[in-house]
Design a protein around this ligand. Structure first.
Ligand code: M6R
Length: 608
């Protein structure tokens, strides 16, 4: 949450900062602001509510003259409403600061330093700026170290001091930060997308470290008064600029839906050896799959729903308990996990704070941790015992699409490898499973090619205040993700229910023309699901049915149908996911909403 960028070097800073903020905007878009060190060494601030576009317009009017260093921020509001004053940067005396995270003890700091009368915003971040100004006596490192000793919470800060022109300081505690020293200057950001126009080489700022950016060098310090002994490992970006552009698509979400078949290939194929799933190149040994007596899956949102599908695939084959937990709940429970548990952490960003906290708790309990993560070098990836990277490339739209499919692909492969090493599958069964997994790629392509039909389907729900999703077994697990996708970008109230559960209460909400999106792809519960569909149909529901190509359906049952290719039952999630994503996309589009940056949300949830 919140995007941060800092630059110092020979180039014009406003352009770099504003372009960087546009690239980071998906992290938060309530307001945006920049601070520039001008030629006379004075720091000039510009901040505006709304999108970066507003700030750009404002800067055109307000800023004249040249600047070669500065910091910028896009905000996802936590403390204080969405106003120009609450937007970052915050100034306090010589200090100008931007912040990502939450300062939990800001009340105590306000009292301790008697800041009440000086604060002009309602933010915890301004309290940090004022406190730093109180501590600053001319030595930035010393003042920052003293500040860190006082703060509770999660944060990354990017700071300028008016008497240190051309120098930028940053500190990281939990909230992500990457930095790079490039021929065009030194820069840092909360996310790589802002840096790739200038460099492919970067490093992840280590937690509890301070970085100092001068025009041609990035220094790294620990919190004692020394240089950090080990300069962080320099990493290379493994995707190109195109991957972070729309490339002719009207929205990132539509582009990312189309990228799924390729992302699936990239995730699966490098892990196939002799026709079997194999993780030796990932450094994941078989003993972690052999020695566990339970699997605990932990994630948030879409990643958690991927975990629910994985559980339904794994448990019947492995015959050991597989539990799925919401990370924000898990971290406050007393979980029943120990040294014999394999904990699978799923996260696209690798930075979701609740998921990270759950990972740390699992490690405290002595469990082996395996992370399924998309962003290379992210905190969860670095802290887990083992990592299985998904190769989806950057996912920019707030609504997760390709990340979900590749998380599932990775989890299906884990399930298959576990079944093989635990002798629940023969080599032949494992090879068949893998073959079926690969078959879903053309099936997804088939569904994506039906997008005009799906657009028409979506036009039938655009006016509805509520939409219900129903299914049984795996189809229920898919429905949960379908409902999340729809509500997140169309603002239509949508809920998923196990189809057999409806008549225990929810059916009271079904009346004339209420859309019910029914998924019926699982043969062993097919006739039961059809009966449940009839029950809602009898109460006037408008039925949108998702079934396999070869299903024989009574012509009076559904008002509309989407047919998916005839893949094996355990694999229908992939084409169904593409169909549900397209329904959500076209509904949002039809309502003229901001598909890629829906209200109140941000891509990477780095606050609790
Ligand atoms: O980066 P993560 O996978 O950890 O993010 C988890 C959720 O915040 C994320 O999946 C969220 O639910 C998406 N916006 C859903 O589309």
């Amino acid at each position: 949450m919140c995007g941060i960028i800092g630059y110092t070097g020979p180039l014009e800073a406003p352009k770099i900062l504003l372009e960087g903020l546009s690239a980071l905007e998906y992290r938060g878009y309530d307001s945006a602001g920049i601070a520039l060190c001008m030629e006379d060494s004075k720091i000039c601030l510009a901040k505006k509510t709304g999108k970066v576009k507003n700030l750009e317009e404002y800067c055109k009017k307000m800023i004249s003259g040249s600047a070669h260093s500065g910091i910028g921020h896009t905000r996802w509001a936590t403390h204080g409403g969405v106003t120009d004053v609450n937007a970052h940067p915050h100034r306090a005396g010589k200090v100008v600061l931007i912040h990502n995270g939450i300062i939990e003890n800001y009340h105590a700091l306000t009292d301790r330093f008697h800041l009440q009368d000086r604060l002009i915003s309602q933010t915890d971040s301004e309290v940090a700026a004022q406190t730093l100004n109180e501590l600053y006596t001319g030595d930035p490192l010393e003042a920052i170290r003293s500040l860190i000793g006082l703060l509770e919470g999660s944060y990354s800060f990017c700071i300028m001091f008016e008497d240190q022109p051309g120098v930028i300081y940053a500190i990281r505690n939990i909230s992500p930060l990457v930095a790079a020293s490039t021929p065009s200057g030194s820069m840092l950001a909360s996310d790589l997308t802002a840096l790739i126009p200038y460099t492919r080489q970067y490093f992840v700022v280590p937690e509890q470290h301070i970085v100092k950016l001068t025009p041609y060098k990035v220094h790294v310090y620990n919190l004692d008064d020394t240089f950090s002994k080990d300069y962080p490992e320099i990493m290379t970006v493994n995707w190109n600029m195109d991957a972070a552009m729309k490339n002719g698509f009207p929205h990132f979400m539509l582009k990312e839906i189309h990228e799924q078949p390729e992302a699936m290939r990239n995730t699966i194929l490098p892990r196939v050896s002799k026709g079997l799933p194999c993780f030796s190149d990932d450094g994941i040994p078989d003993h972690i799959f052999e020695n566990c007596d339970q699997v605990q899956i932990i994630a948030c949102g879409t990643a958690m729903y991927a975990g629910m599908v994985a559980r339904a695939i794994m448990q019947p084959v492995l015959r050991i308990p597989i539990t799925v937990s919401i990370a924000s709940e898990f971290r406050y429970e007393e979980p029943l996990i120990d040294e014999k548990s394999l904990v699978i952490i799923i996260s696209q960003s690798g930075e979701t704070i609740d998921t990270l906290a759950a990972l740390r708790l699992a490690q405290k309990c002595g469990s082996t941790t395996l992370a399924v993560v998309n962003v290379k070098g992210s905190t969860i990836a670095r802290e887990s015992d083992y990592v299985l990277y998904t190769h989806a490339g950057p996912e920019i739209a707030v609504a997760s699409t390709k990340a979900y499919s590749v998380q599932l692909a990775a989890l299906y492969m884990v399930s298959c490898r576990m079944a093989l090493v635990r002798k629940k599958y023969t080599k032949e069964q494992a090879a068949n499973f893998l073959g079926e997994l690969l078959d879903v790629i053309p099936a997804m392509e088939n569904v994506i090619a039906q997008k005009e039909h799906i657009r028409d389907v979506a036009s039938h729900i655009i006016q509805s205040p509520d939409v219900f999703f129903i299914g049984r077994g795996l189809d229920y697990a898919f429905s949960l993700e379908g409902a999340l996708k729809l509500k997140e970008i169309s603002y239509i109230h949508s809920e998923a229910y196990a189809a057999g559960e409806l008549k225990h209460g929810t059916i009271a909400l079904i009346s004339d023309q209420v859309p019910v999106i029914a998924i019926a792809t699982q043969q062993h519960v097919y006739s039961k699901t059809i009966s449940n569909i009839r029950e809602v149909k009898a109460r006037g529901a408008y039925i949108i049915l998702l079934v396999k190509e070869n299903a024989v359906v009574d012509e009076n049952l559904a008002d509309l149908q989407i047919r998916i290719p005839d893949v094996a039952d355990h694999f229908t999630v992939f084409p169904i996911a593409a169909a549900l994503q397209l329904i959500a996309y076209y509904t949002s589009l039809g309502k003229h909403l901001d598909v890629d940056q829906p209200r109140n949300l941000a891509k990477s949830v780095t606050v609790e």
